[in-house]
Design a protein around this ligand. Structure first.
Ligand code: ATP
Ligand code: ZN
Length: 287
C-alpha cells in the first residue's frame, strides 16, 4: 500500500517564504529547499512541499491539489475559497488599511464616499465599505498601490501595512483598518482520516514551536528569604523550580515566562533582590 502523505503549499518567494520554511524545519522536518525548487519531499515526515505564488495557494488547497497551505489571512479572505483555517502561525503580522494623502481633510469613514480607492484586495475592501455603508469606487491594481494617489490614479488606497513607513514615504496617512492579518495554516475541507492523523502530528509540533517562541526560560539567583515573594512573580508551566546554590542562603530559581511580560517581570525580580538573571530562548515546548 502506498504510504499516505500530505502535500503542503508554501509561498515560493516573498515575505512568508523564510518563516514558513523555518517553521517546518523547527518542527524537525528535513527537506531540501534549494533555490528555485518547485517541489520537494521531506525525508523524515510524510510531507510533500510545493512552492507556489501565495495568491494561488487558497485555490490549490480548496481544489485538493494541495492538502495544506501557509498564507496570509488577507489572501484567504480575498480568495474566498472553501478552505479551513486550522491555526494562526504568529508571523507575517500586518493589517490591511485605508490611507489618504496627508493633506486630505479626513473626518470619518464617510469622508471616503465617492472616492476612487486603489487596492489589490477588492473583495475585502468592498465588503468593508458595504458593512460601513460607504459608497466608493474600488480600483483594482496589483502592485505599487501606494503611488496611485500621487500619479492621479486614485484618491486613496487600501493596502497592507506593517510599520507604516512605506505609507509615510509616499505622503500617505493611515485612516482605517480593514482587517488584521498574520500567516495561517489552511487545510482542504475533506481530508481523509489518515491525512487528518498526519495533520494532527504536524499541528502538535507547530504548537510546540509556537508556544516556545512566545515564551522564555528564565534563571535567577535569589536569597532564600525572598523565594516566596519571587515565586509569586514567576508562574512557570506548573510552578518554578527552586534549587540550592553551593553558597548557603541562596537558591537558583528557574521558570518560564511569556515574552511580552519579560521586561516588566525582570524589573520586579530585581527589586525583590534577584541577581544573575539569565534568559534563554526555548526551541520546543509541550504543555
Ligand atoms: P506576490 O504575490 O507578487 O509575490 P505579495 O505582495 O502577495 O506579492 P508578499 O509581499 O511576499 O507577496 O506578501 C505576502 C504576505 O505577507 C501578504 O499577503 C501579507 O499576508 C504578509 N505581509 C506581512 N507584512 C506585510 C507588509 N508590510 N506588506 C505586505 N505584506 C505583508
Ligand atoms: Zn501575492
Amino acid at each position: 500500500m502506498k504510504e499516505e502523505k500530505l502535500k503542503i503549499a508554501l509561498q515560493k518567494a516573498g515575505r512568508l517564504s523564510e518563516d514558513s520554511v523555518g517553521l517546518l524545519k523547527k518542527c524537525g522536518i528535513s527537506f531540501n529547499d534549494g533555490f528555485g525548487k518547485l517541489k520537494t519531499e521531506a525525508v523524515n515526515f510524510p510531507l510533500e512541499i510545493f512552492f507556489l505564488r501565495d495568491d494561488d495557494i487558497p485555490e490549490y488547497v480548496a481544489d485538493g491539489v494541495a492538502d495544506l497551505g501557509i498564507v496570509g489571512e488577507n489572501v484567504v479572505a480575498e480568495a474566498c475559497k472553501q478552505v479551513e483555517i486550522i491555526e494562526k502561525l504568529g508571523f507575517a503580522r500586518c493589517r490591511l488599511s485605508i490611507a489618504v494623502p496627508k493633506g486630505f481633510h479626513y473626518e470619518s469613514i464617510k469622508s471616503l464616499s465617492g472616492l476612487r480607492i486603489a487596492t489589490a484586495y477588492p473583495k475585502v475592501l468592498s465588503d468593508f465599505l458595504k458593512r460601513k455603508g460607504v459608497e466608493a469606487e474600488v480600483h483594482v491594481i496589483s502592485g505599487s498601490v501606494e503611488i496611485a494617489p500621487s500619479i492621479g490614479l486614485a484618491d486613496a488606497i487600501c493596502d497592507l501595512v506593517s510599520s507604516g513607513s512605506t505609507l509615510f514615504t509616499n505622503g500617505l496617512r493611515e485612516v482605517e483598518t480593514v482587517m488584521h492579518s498574520e500567516a495561517v495554516l489552511i487545510a482542504h475541507r475533506n481530508l481523509k482520516d489518515l491525512q487528518k492523523q498526519i495533520l494532527e502530528k504536524l499541528l502538535f509540533r507547530i504548537r510546540a514551536v509556537k508556544s516556545a517562541s512566545e515564551n522564555k526560560y528564565i534563571l535567577l539567583n535569589v536569597p532564600n528569604d525572598r523565594i516566596e515573594r519571587i515565586c509569586r512573580l514567576l508562574p512557570g508551566m506548573k510552578s518554578p523550580t527552586v534549587m540550592p546554590l553551593a553558597e548557603s542562603g541562596w537558591s537558583s530559581v528557574h521558570s518560564v515566562i511569556h515574552k511580552d511580560d519579560f521586561w516588566e517581570i525582570v524589573e520586579k525580580l530585581k527589586q525583590e533582590g534577584a541577581q544573575g538573571i539569565l534568559v534563554i530562548s526555548i526551541d520546543q515546548m509541550v504543555r
